[in-house]
Design a protein around this ligand. Structure first.
Ligand SMILES: [Zn+2]
Ligand SMILES: [Zn+2]
Length: 255
């Protein structure tokens, strides 16, 4: 049994065969999927998917690349959606200095507003961080994110930064990139992350693991991430699956 803790199965890349992709995940032992809604378009379609399938849950949040589009009423909308029975976390939220499609000060404000919302409603947060390690950690600290806890999704930073996140009660999640042959740093960080703070994900349709690198990713491929993680940790895939599943159930408070 495995859980894909971060997917975008509502993305248009799955419009032709969404049903088959979801069935394939079930056939491969993926027992829960956390689907991530991150702006005005993807939040309703993510929740709709969670309503359609028992074993799919949804997050709601405003992605840093879309930060400039978030209006005050959107924050109220997010708050009202937190009461939905299939909504399990606020995310993905954070900072993205790579695409730089929203000014940094706007990203900062939108990030902080959503951490405050998470503390208000008592929900964990899913963090997107691209080339902004220092500012993300500092903001999480200043806004007391440790109170609700969170996950660093598709983690790509150093072990030093990971340690700071672990100190704040955070989980570290790994996706397809950790399976790449040349992924020295993610493999090294994974080796150090305590098993009880480890999560796995796909981020489908993006970042497909080896040997599908560059192709469309899907939830059933989380098994390949699990295999790599088990190898690095020196435990069986079954054991790794059991531990990461237990972590995900606890973190997202799933039944
Ligand atoms: Zn992301
Ligand atoms: Zn994502």
């Amino acid at each position: 049994m495995l859980i894909d803790t971060h997917a975008h199965l509502n993305a248009p890349q799955f419009d032709e065969d969404r049903q088959q992709v979801i069935e394939r995940a079930q056939q491969n032992g993926i027992r829960r999927i956390i689907n991530v809604g991150f702006n005005r378009e993807t939040i309703p379609s993510s929740i709709a998917l969670a309503e359609q399938y028992d074993f799919i849950y949804s997050t709601v949040g405003w992605h840093p690349t879309d930060a400039k589009d978030m209006l005050p009423e959107d924050l109220e909308w997010l708050e009202s959606l937190c009461r939905h029975e299939k909504v399990v976390a606020i995310g993905e939220i954070g900072l993205d200095y790579y695409w730089d499609t929203s000014p940094k000060d706007v990203q900062d404000r939108v990030f902080r507003e959503q951490i405050r919302l998470a503390r208000k409603v008592g929900m964990p947060i899913v963090i997107h961080n691209r080339d902004a390690h220092h500012d993300v950690v500092q903001t999480l600290r200043e806004e007391k994110a440790a109170e609700v806890g969170g996950v660093m999704h598709c983690y790509s930073g150093s072990w030093e930064t990971a340690k700071l996140c672990l100190d704040m009660n955070f989980y570290i999640s790994f996706g397809g990139p950790v399976t790449f042959k040349n992924a020295r740093q993610p493999k090294e960080v994974l080796q150090h992350v305590p098993l009880d703070r480890l999560l796995i994900e796909t981020d489908a349709p993006y970042l497909a693991p080896h040997p599908y690198r560059g192709k469309r990713n899907e939830s059933s491929y989380v098994r390949l991430v699990a295999e790599t993680a088990a190898e690095i940790k020196g435990i069986s895939v079954e054991e790794l699956a059991e531990i990461t599943t237990r972590n995900a159930m606890a973190f997202f408070r799933l039944k």
